[in-house]
Design a protein around this ligand. Structure first.
Ligand code: XUL
Ligand code: CO
Length: 436
C-alpha cells in the first residue's frame, strides 16, 4: 500500500473541507440522461503518474517513485503496477493508458524487452481481472531511444524503421492482450529540424506506410478499436508533421487511412498550435473524427508542453460542450498531466487527479447547463437564418450559379449588414452560467 493516507475518495460536495474528497465528481449523478462516469471515462497516464519524478532541463528528480524498490528492475515495474492500481481504485478511475517502455525497463536487446513486456502484462491482466479496471489505449514510445533521433516512421534509416515497426507490432499485441479500446500514434519525432537535410514527402510517405501496416496487422490480430493520431505542432522537433487536427485529418485522407483513424486531442498541444482546445475538438468532431482526449492544460505564458493537470473550468466547460454536442467520445479522458516539480509527495499525486476529475465534472455540469439554457445554440441557429429559404436555401442546396447570384446582387444594388455577432452578450451568458 503506497497511498495509506486515503481510502476510497468520495464525493462530498463543494462545501467539504476534506482535501481528499471530490467536490463535483459524483460518479453516479445523472447529467443529460447519463451517469457522470459514463460521460467521463477517466484514464491514468502510466508515464506521468508512475514514471515521471520531476526531472527537468535544470534539475533531477524531486519525487520518489521507486515505490520501495530499486528503479530499473522488474520488481520496480511490478511495484508501479501495484501503486497504479491502488491509486486508480481509490479514485474510481476506470482506465489507464501506457507506452510500452513505461511498463518495463528497456533492455539493450529488443527480444529481452519484449520478454519483460510479456511478463508485466500478465501481472497487469491479473490486476485488471481483480479490479475491473480497463485499458483505454496503448502506444509505442518511438522517441526516447537514441535510434529514433530522426524519427520513427520518418527516419532516414531503414534499419531504424524496422525497429519502429517491431515496437508498433509489439505494442499492438499488448494493447489487444489488455483489451485496449484504442491505439495511439503521437508523432514524437516525426518531423524535422531543417529542410536542408530533409525530404519531407519521402518521410510522410513512410509514416503513412508504417500506419497502414499497423492497421493491417491490428485488424489481423483482432483489434477492433480506433487508431488515433495525437496532433502536436512542435516539441521535440521544431516542426512536427501532425501539426494540428486539420493537418492530421488531411494526411489521413491523402493516404486512405481515414476510416481506421480518429483524433486524440490534447489540450496543451492545441494551444501550442496557436488554437484553442475547443477549436481542435470542433475540427475533429465536424469530420466525425473526435475519438479521445488527453486532458491537461498548458500555460499561456510558456511556449512549451507543460502538461499541467486541468484546472481551468472555462476551458473544460467548452470542451464538454463540444463533447456533448458530438454525442460523446469513443475513447476517454486521459490525464496526460504531471504534478509540478515542487509538488512531489504522494498526497500531491492524489490532489492532482482529484483536481482534474473535479474540473471535468464541473465542466460537464456547466456545459449541460449551457445546452439546456439554450441561448447559445439558438443564437448560432438564428445567425444563419438567411440560408433557410429563398436565395440562401438555393445556395445551401447547390441549386444556383454565379450568374444567378450576381443578378440577385445587381437587383439589390447594396447588401444590408449581416446581423450583429453579439459576442459580448454571449460571453455574459457564459459567465452567468459558470458563476451562478
Ligand atoms: C507528448 C504526449 C505523449 C502522447 C503519447 O506530448 O502527449 O505522451 O500522449 O505518446
Ligand atoms: Co498526450
Amino acid at each position: 500500500m503506497y497511498f495509506d493516507f486515503i481510502s476510497k475518495v468520495k464525493y462530498e460536495g463543494r462545501d467539504t473541507k476534506n482535501p481528499f474528497a471530490f467536490r463535483y465528481y459524483d460518479a453516479e449523478k445523472m447529467v443529460m440522461g447519463k451517469k457522470m462516469k459514463e460521460h467521463l471515462p477517466f484514464a491514468m497516464a502510466w508515464w506521468h503518474t508512475l514514471c515521471a519524478a520531476g526531472t527537468d532541463m535544470f534539475g533531477r528528480d524531486t519525487a520518489d517513485k521507486s515505490f520501495g524498490t530499486e528503479k530499473g528492475t522488474m520488481d520496480h515495474a511490478k511495484a508501479k503496477v501495484d501503486a497504479g492500481f491502488e491509486l486508480m481504485e481509490k479514485l474510481g478511475i476506470e482506465y489507464f493508458c501506457f507506452h510500452d517502455v513505461d511498463l518495463v525497463p528497456e533492455a539493450d536487446d529488443i527480444k529481452e524487452t519484449n520478454k519483460r513486456l510479456d511478463e508485466i502484462t500478465d501481472y497487469i491482466l491479473e490486476k485488471m481481472k481483480k479490479t475491473g479496471i480497463k485499458c483505454l489505449w496503448g502506444t509505442a514510445n518511438m522517441f526516447s531511444n537514441p535510434r529514433f533521433m530522426n524519427g520513427a516512421g520518418s527516419t532516414n534509416s531503414a534499419e531504424v524503421f524496422c525497429f519502429a515497426a517491431a515496437q508498433t507490432k509489439k505494442a499492438l499485441d499488448l494493447t489487444v492482450k489488455l483489451g485496449g479500446k484504442g491505439y495511439v500514434f503521437w508523432g514524437g519525432r516525426e518531423g524535422y529540424e531543417t529542410l536542408l537535410n530533409t525530404d519531407m514527402k519521402f518521410e510522410q510517405e513512410n509514416i503513412a506506410a508504417l500506419m497502414k501496416m499497423a492497421v493491417e496487422y491490428g485488424r489481423k490480430i483482432g483489434f477492433t478499436g480506433d487508431f488515433y493520431i495525437e496532433p502536436k505542432p512542435k516539441e521535440p522537433m521544431k516542426h512536427q508533421y501532425d501539426f494540428d487536427a486539420a493537418t492530421a485529418i488531411g494526411f489521413l485522407r491523402q493516404y486512405g487511412l481515414d476510416k481506421d483513424f480518429k483524433m486524440n486531442i490534447e489540450a496543451n498541444h492545441a494551444t501550442l498550435a496557436g488554437h484553442t482546445f475547443q477549436h481542435e475538438l470542433r475540427i475533429s468532431a465536424m469530420n466525425n473524427m473526435l475519438g479521445s482526449i488527453d486532458a491537461n492544460q498548458g500555460d499561456y505564458l510558456l511556449g512549451w508542453d507543460t502538461d499541467e493537470f486541468p484546472s481551468d473550468v472555462y476551458t473544460t466547460t467548452l470542451c464538454m460542450y463540444e463533447v456533448l454536442k458530438a454525442g460523446g467520445l469513443t475513447g476517454g479522458f486521459n490525464f496526460d498531466a504531471k504534478n509540478r516539480r515542487a509538488s512531489y509527495t504522494p498526497e500531491d499525486m492524489v490532489h492532482a487527479l482529484i483536481l482534474g476529475m473535479d474540473a471535468y465534472a464541473l465542466g460537464l455540469i456547466k456545459a449541460a447547463q449551457i445546452i439546456e439554457e439554450g441561448t447559445i445554440d439558438q443564437f448560432i441557429k438564428d445567425r444563419y437564418a438567411s440560408f433557410s429559404d429563398g436565395i440562401g436555401k438555393k445556395i445551401r442546396d447547390g441549386k444556383t450559379s454565379l450568374e444567378e447570384l450576381a443578378a440577385y446582387a445587381d437587383e439589390l444594388g447594396n447588401a444590408s449588414l449581416p446581423g450583429s455577432g453579439r459576442q459580448e452578450y454571449l460571453n455574459t451568458i457564459i459567465n452567468t452560467i459558470l458563476f451562478q
